[in-house]
Design a protein around this ligand. Sequence first.
Ligand SMILES: [Zn+2]
Length: 113
Amino acid sequence: MHEMSITRSMLEITAAQMEANGIHSLKKLKVRIGELTAVEPDVLRFCFDIAIKGTPFEGAALEIEEVPLGGKCRICATEFKITAFENRCPKCGSNEIERTSGHELDIISLEGD
Ligand SMILES: [Zn+2]
């Protein structure tokens, strides 16, 4: 499962960050997931709950911020949200589009003691 391996690597990074910040018990983990990562937030939450059982992370909450696929026009610099049906600049109609967001898979913050 795609989401389970993502959860595992997220928890590895979390463990390293907790150690660096002197946090011993995790309360909340906040992550940012881009639309292009094909991660289902509900599935990720499910995997997270399974993965943290019996670990020092048990009981922690997962907060997910979803990032839509964003684009920027190379011609007129307009920034907009790309949809599956619209891959052109809404302002000048150019298809010289640079993808600016949607690949995110980041830990934004973690809370704990
Ligand atoms: Zn444009």
